[in-house]
Ligand binder design. Sequence first.
Ligand SMILES: NC(=O)c1ccc[n+]([C@@H]2O[C@H](COP(=O)([O-])OP(=O)(O)OC[C@H]3O[C@@H](n4cnc5c(N)ncnc54)[C@H](OP(=O)(O)O)[C@@H]3O)[C@@H](O)[C@H]2O)c1
Length: 256
Amino acid sequence: MDLGAMLKDKRVLVTGASSGLGSHFARLAARCGARVVIAARRKARLDALAQELQALGSPQVLVLEMDVASEASVHGAFEAIAASGPALDVVVNNAGISAAAKAIEQTMADYDEVMAINLRGVWMVSTEAARRWVAAGRGGSIVNIASIQGERVAPGISAYSVSKAGVVHMGKSLALEWAKHGIRVNTIEPGYIHTDLTGPMWETDYGRELVKRIPMRRLGKPEELDGALLLLATEAGSWMTGATIAVDGGHLCSAL
Ligand SMILES: NC(=O)c1ccc[n+]([C@@H]2O[C@H](COP(=O)([O-])OP(=O)(O)OC[C@H]3O[C@@H](n4cnc5c(N)ncnc54)[C@H](OP(=O)(O)O)[C@@H]3O)[C@@H](O)[C@H]2O)c1
């Protein structure tokens, strides 16, 4: 079964596509021949990525400045998607931030921002997509990028963990509600992945200690999420909904 070929000519929205895993997922979709909608707040980065995606083989690339924390921005982005081509087939809810701090030192503004982007943003993008799919009488696939922090916890990152646990539960809840419409909602829980953003951290003593706790004793690479993403995004996962897949080098089953 060629999972990549199953994405050919499908229309795929990737939120948070301006860096890290989001850019990677957009490149993956483009290499598979998908029409790609890339969204984030930093448009200049998306414009540069758009050229790359076309060169990789995407038949249509749409760049959208979208803030997932803003209802107006999300709604406007979906209007632009509807006006510019076929309906979406796949939504990858990847946009996310972290705000590391001990809970008693964390400002409510930082807590609210994490929730607004990581949790409320996933809800808004998902419901906006599903509302349109239901109205059109067609299905679709939503893939949420949560984290192993949605299952287990680490100190100094509580707000992030709570938001990601919410994403895991949201995936199940919305899957239940929308299964009858042919809308599948599934979740990937990445472990620690080496991205440009996290790269410098892994060179520190703290980072090296963290890696020792991963049973496979190494970080993941973005491409090691590709199998899970393609499985959930395409018809290869046609009987999967409400599922959660950890891709983490065994981190979730590390010894207590
Ligand atoms: N890297 C890891 O080890 C790892 C592990 C587990 C889970 N994850 C999850 O994977 C996702 C991507 O992480 P990453 O490592 O690739 O981080 P990253 O490089 O910082 O990417 C985060 C992306 O989210 C976007 N974003 C942030 N706030 C946004 C907003 N309000 N509206 C729209 N887009 C927004 C950013 O774009 P703009 O700033 O341009 O808006 C950026 O493109 C996140 O959900 C993260 O929690 C990552």
